[in-house]
Design a protein around this ligand. Sequence first.
Ligand code: AQP
Length: 326
Amino acid sequence: MAKIVTSGIQPSGKMHLGNYLGMLQQAVQLQDNPNYRRFYFIVDLHSLTGRYSPKEKAKEIYELAADLLAGGIDPKKSTLFIQSHVREHTELAWIFNTITSMGQLERMVEYKEKVSQGIAANVGLFDYPVLMAADILIYKGELVPVGDDQRQHLEVTRDIARTFNGRFGKTFPEPKAILTHAPRVMSLNNARQKMSKSLPQGCLFLTDAPKVMREKIMRAETDSYTEIGYDPVRRGAISNLVMIYAELSGLTTSQVVKMFKGVGYAEFKKELAELIIRTFKPFQERRAKLVKNRSQVMKVLEKGAKSAAPIAHVTMEEVRRKVGLI
Ligand code: AQP
């Protein structure tokens, strides 16, 4: 039987290089594996936990769909849809809320970091890992292509699956993360923080104009050594740039270091910027066409929800029965 692969992405701003290298690139690669069935979704409900304008939100949801399609998600190979269009995600999240302890959610590093950045926390933000567990388990997902920042949340999913199975009988698998070689792309201007759209200065967006991409890379943090190297612990900033180069060129980090031996930082950065611009030019062209063709994109999302909903419905019926709802 095909293994179920699930992954979600928030429509809360533009897609960036971290999303691409941590999640999208591998979600696309997994499409060629006939042993997997894939569910990829835009987690619009998760994105309501931050501040937003409703008009802007609708645009972000639709443009993220364009990003995913332009980035290689193929609706013939993957079921692509909007989370809120399959209502069972939230119903299952409620059941999971009742078997999850407050203490476990209070330990979430992402939550604590957001609060320490001054983000006013609401109950939805606190409860994020529980809805994420429902997003995955409603399809009985076994594999989850995600970035490293989601590893702790995925542990909660595994715990919830285990607790549910223990109390109500074997129902859910315990899903595993699939990480890339670039599971945590760091901010370009602060290698101690992950690249994140809430820190836009150090974030390279896939839709940035070539000039902006060049400027961001040329300004990126390095160190006081004279040659590039790969040592993420002691030389985080330059190692981050080497890793980006390696991922986009298909080389290993040691091949990149060898290739640029004796070359100064400025020259390396110039080459890296051109590689990024070349890589994302076709993406930008495809995206521009999709953004203009709203009805085509919406049709894909509607068809995706129609194909995901019956599966979610069956799981929810099983859960309702097992927990004693009539
Ligand atoms: N820096 C990153 N490196 C590797 N993977 C990353 N991901 C996010 N940032 C990095 C992965 O991208 C997928 C979708 O992410 P998301 O929707 O949870 O997160 P995001 O909202 O795009 O993350 P941000 O930019 O960090 O948003 P804010 O600032 O709002 O918190 C996930 O698989 C994630 O692991």
